[in-house]
Design a protein around this ligand. Sequence first.
Ligand code: 3PG
Length: 305
Amino acid sequence: MKILVATEKPFAPAAVDSIREVFTEAGYELRLLEKYPSRDDLLAAVADVDALIVRSDKIDGGVMSAAPNLKIVVRAGAGYDNINLADATSHGIVVENTPGQNANAVAELVIGMMVYMARGKFNGKPGTELKGKKLGLHAYGNVPRNLARIAQGFGMEVFAADPFISAEDIEKDGVTSLDNYEAMYEMCDYVSLHLPLVDSTRRLINYRLLRTMKPGATLLNSARAEVVCEEGIKMMLAERPDFKFASDISSGISAELVERFPANVYFTPKKMGAQTKEANVNSGKAAATQIVGFFTEGDTTFKVN
Ligand code: 3PG
């Protein structure tokens, strides 16, 4: 078997070592394509591979057509909006993700962004503390579960709204479950987004919702840029000097927002929620193990298409 790891944003070396170890033991050949400059490099590299491991790399029908032997694509991470599932299904390709493997890393980054914004981006002036503040989690998957655990350690009161998770499941973590997410935006000091990018969540966080946020509130985005309406953020920042926005994903207007509202806006230089050695090792190793399980036992536990 020929396996390609194609990562525009490379894994930590320790993760590549873990992946290699799994494939060496299985007798598979591992190929690496990191920081590739163009889509053509990816198209050439997939020509004879049986399996593909990617991160946020865009895998569409064109890539699949260029890979006639491809049977499985594993997204080493949680969100798989970068992979065209319909195209994969029509090509007979299985798509999997590795849920939960990088969740703690993303949660820790969100905590870091909260502290950074609470302390005025470390400007030396008195800021505020997280203790006693209300944190709202919009969706309650693996990242927000970890975030709730850490935030509770800071003494925060945690709320969550997720129509797909029962109130019982949320409340067993000591988190208050809310029936509607709108209420969360009105009552919380911090709202953290954990929505997958699908049609129903695109631009869901719009001006109408944002304007209900309480005075001094901060919105945190470690999910996907597209779930937030950029114009809404821009209008909020222009109208509400108390509103803050910190995001792990840049978009077309990030530079403009930082320039116009330097004290209220923060973007990481490159998406880095899952950029820890631990998360890379966990998700990379899981992806490799899932591929071996797929070829040797037909295991498709983490199939998403
Ligand atoms: C995920 O969906 O798992 C995260 O957004 C991580 O994405 P990355 O692998 O591109 O860092």
